[in-house]
Design a protein around this ligand. Structure first.
Ligand code: ZN
Length: 122
């Protein structure tokens, strides 16, 4: 039982380390969508990683803003970046649905063709 708990703890730590590593790609918007999905799911449940994300965003975006002299609101920026990530995932979902729909249409079209060839002749 203790071993199982330890394992769960280890897995959780590994995941957080993974997340920590890919946060810079998320900030740079170079993260691929599969990992983005994992990252968003993780950050929804893990406060530690969300804080880590805030810190990294503060360092990268906050410094830029300070240099350019414009104001910077960290919690606003965090929310905005999370929302951008979610939108990206939603777009991906929509594309997947369209592809699925097109595939369905093609299958139906083929079905109709086959039916026309074999049963509807003469
Ligand atoms: Zn975490």
């Amino acid at each position: 039982m203790i071993a199982l708990l330890a394992l769960l703890f280890l897995v959780k730590i590994m995941t957080c380390k993974e997340v920590e590593k890919i946060i810079p790609s998320f900030i740079d918007r170079t993260l691929d969508e599969d990992r983005l999905e994992e990252l968003m799911e993780h950050m929804d449940t893990c406060q530690i990683c969300k804080e880590e994300f805030s810190i990294q965003l503060l360092v990268s975006e906050g410094m830029e803003r300070l240099e350019s002299g414009s104001s910077f609101n960290l919690s606003h920026s965090v929310k905005r970046r999370m929302e951008m990530g979610r939108n990206q995932l939603r777009t991906k979902e929509k594309l997947n649905r369209i592809l699925l729909f097109l595939e369905g249409m093609i299958v139906c079209g083929l079905g109709v063709c086959i039916w026309l060839c074999f049963y509807a002749r003469g």
